[in-house]
Design a binder for this molecule. Structure first.
Ligand code: PMP
Length: 429
């Protein structure tokens, strides 16, 4: 097939008729497919079911240091869990605090505390006229919802294949002291699956923000979520790099086991410098007597150590890999050469990002929905839900079964073709 833009009006109209018939056929199938959220499939959840067996009423729930996990105490997490998560997060155990079940909750809390109490003694953000965050786009909608909720102004920073546009980031943080943070998903990013290059990480660590309370929100949600054994992305460890660059306090690193064990029932953690951790602990000791240590212990006993976790992630990869490959194969087969869209081919994470012709994404998503396929809302990958090009669509292949996913992707590609033809025809008119 030649590119649609090179086809005549008549050729396009003819093709449009054929594709409409195929679409009608899809509508007749009464499909109920969902590719909207990055949820693990039931099959993936099954591989963690052993976690339900590692603690029973006969077990001793005492930690190595004598802590009884059934009782109150230990605000920052049991030692064994700190060691496990520290290895996962590539930091020293004394640089992390273990929280509850959700890293997003920790991020919300971090922004919230900065609003009401400031950062390491700085003016609380709520007392400032303006607070801004940089938002690499496309990005994770729930990050943007947090900053929107607190009335923080969000500034788009375009993503490049090596991470956010660092020229722009450097320039903005050096010029405006109301910029207090940047949202980052540095490895297998949501939604593009991009991992930041060494140069990008080094430039992050060497930022010279005018605001002393500027922090990099380094959400390493997909740190061990590789699809392949032999082709894995590696990231320079940001805490160590910031320290090396003389900026030890500039970063908060977040992670959780949500997509390792059970989403919503995993354990989350923050890693940061000693100064930041001291600041955080002042709030934490008021906020709670301690998080769920029984769940921490359950994770430790199930995984053993980081090697157990890595082994476990191979099982996830075995389920995820064919799904990613099916998405890419269908896109290549159906849309390759048509010049109606571009997509990423990640080596890990949970998402593939698709960019349609400008002005088509909303219509494509709506058309999918009318035939029974729910995609992430177009625009969701941008602050305020506003994609200036109306082109980005996030594809989340994890949840549907492989046969459902193949059908869903065929339908998606069909909708892309139809909407693109309509768009090109309207431009010809
Ligand atoms: N960060 C990113 C980048 C994510 O994609 C997700 C899950 N979709 C989360 C955080 C949520 O993590 P948690 O379950 O630990 O709150």
């Amino acid at each position: 097939m030649k590119p649609y833009v090179e086809m005549t009006k008549e050729e396009l109209q003819e093709l449009r008729k054929e594709l409409s018939a195929q679409y009608k056929e899809f509508q007749g199938r009464d499909l109920k497919l969902d590719m909207s959220r990055g949820k693990p499939s039931a099959e993936q959840l099954d591989i963690s079911m052993g976690m339900m067996d590692v603690l029973s009423s006969n077990d001793d729930l005492t930690c190595d240091d004598g802590t009884d996990c059934r009782n109150y105490g230990v605000l920052d997490g049991i030692k064994e869990a700190k060691e496990l998560l520290a290895d996962m997060m590539e930091v020293a155990p004394d640089h992390i605090i273990i929280y509850g079940n959700s890293s997003l909750n920790v991020m919300y809390d971090t922004v919230s505390r900065s609003m009401t109490h400031g950062v390491m003694g700085s003016t609380p953000w709520c007392k400032l006229d303006k607070v801004k965050f940089l938002c690499p786009v496309p990005g994770y909608d729930r990050h943007f919802s947090i900053t929107e909720y607190f009335g923080i102004e969000m500034i788009n920073v375009p993503m490049t294949p090596t991470g956010p546009d660092m020229d722009l980031v450097e320039q903005l943080v050096a010029a405006d002291d109301s910029i207090k943070g940047i949202w980052c998903v540095p490895k297998y990013s949501n939604p593009q699956g991009i991992s930041y290059s060494d140069e990008t990480v080094r430039r992050f660590a060497r930022l010279k923000p005018v605001a002393s309370d500027f922090r990099i929100y380094w959400d390493n949600a997909y740190t061990i979520h590789h699809l392949y054994d032999n082709e894995q992305d590696h990231l320079i460890e940001i805490l160590a790099e910031c320290k090396r660059a003389g900026n030890p306090d500039m970063v908060y690193k977040f992670a959780s086991t949500s997509k390792v064990s059970f989403p919503g029932s995993g354990i989350a953690a923050i890693a940061a410098s000693e100064n930041n951790l001291t600041d955080i602990m002042k709030q934490l000791k008021i906020q709670t007597i301690g998080h769920d240590k029984v769940n921490q212990l359950r994770h430790v006993r199930f995984f053993g150590d980081i090697h157990g976790m890595v082994e476990h992630m191979r099982k996830h990869a075995d389920i995820m890999r064919p799904k990613f490959e099916a998405v890419i194969e269908t896109l290549e087969k159906e849309l390759g050469g048509l010049e109606v869209g571009e997509w990423t081919c990640p080596k890990g994470g949970y998402f593939i990002s698709f960019d349609s012709l400008d002005g088509c994404a909303k219509t494509i998503v709506a058309k999918c929905k009318k035939a029974g396929l729910v995609m992430t809302g177009a625009g969701a990958t941008y602050p305020y839900g506003k994609d200036p090009h109306d082109s980005n669509i996030r594809i989340a292949p994890s949840y549907p079964t492989l046969p459902d996913l193949k059908q869903a992707m065929e339908l998606f590609a069909l909708c892309v073709k139809i909407v693109s033809i309509d768009h090109i025809l309207s431009e010809m008119a």
